[in-house]
Design a protein around this ligand. Structure first.
Ligand code: FE
Length: 184
């Protein structure tokens, strides 16, 4: 009987700790196997000719991982130091993981220590959309893909020279040119 009582307490305790989210630090934001599926829908289409702005929620939900959808379509943020590219050093171009648009070059990527891929410049100013974001009680500048509207991250004015900018971008919003090529 005593054993049963301890078991009940243990179950209740585990349940409480779980619902409080205290074990969240043990979870990876998105499993690496899931991350590898990111951008798979781009292999089936000519992504530079597709009409990306006409795609609806149902389409994006179907072709994206849950985290990728949350970040790119619902302005979410992946947890720091958990993404695929925060420590990526391969040369190449980072494309939008939703529509394949060219966004950042590896030459402008630098170690910011934030846990998110950081760049001091974009491939071309017209490839991203910059907007004021005052949600969550913070004054920030949102960066999104100019072609498909995917939320990418934010830009801050504490970056290195020559621009002084820090484009703080979610890994799930990006796909490295080499990884994109592997899907072809
Ligand atoms: Fe895009």
């Amino acid at each position: 009987m005593k054993k049963l009582k301890y078991l009940a307490i243990l179950i209740a305790l585990t349940f409480t700790v779980n619902t409080m989210g205290l074990f969240d630090f043990l979870k990876k934001t998105e499993d690496i196997e899931v991350q590898k599926t990111i951008g798979s829908h781009l292999e089936k289409v000519d992504y530079n000719k597709e009409n990306w702005s006409s795609k609806d929620k149902t389409y994006w939900k179907k072709v994206m991982t849950p985290l990728q959808y949350n970040v790119t379509r619902e302005d979410g943020t992946e947890r720091a130091f958990t993404g695929r590219y925060w420590d990526e050093k391969r040369p190449g171009v980072y494309h939008c993981s939703a529509c394949g648009h060219e966004l950042f070059k590896s030459e402008t990527k630098y170690k910011s220590g934030t846990g998110w891929p950081s760049f001091y410049d974009v491939v071309s100013k017209g490839n991203v959309k910059i907007e004021d974001d005052s949600r969550f009680g913070m004054k920030r500048t949102e960066v999104s893909c100019a072609r498909c509207g995917a939320h990418l991250g934010h830009v801050f004015e504490d970056g290195p020279k020559p621009t002084g900018l820090r484009y703080c971008i979610n890994s799930v919003s990006l796909i490295h040119s080499e990884d994109l090529m592997n899907k072809k």
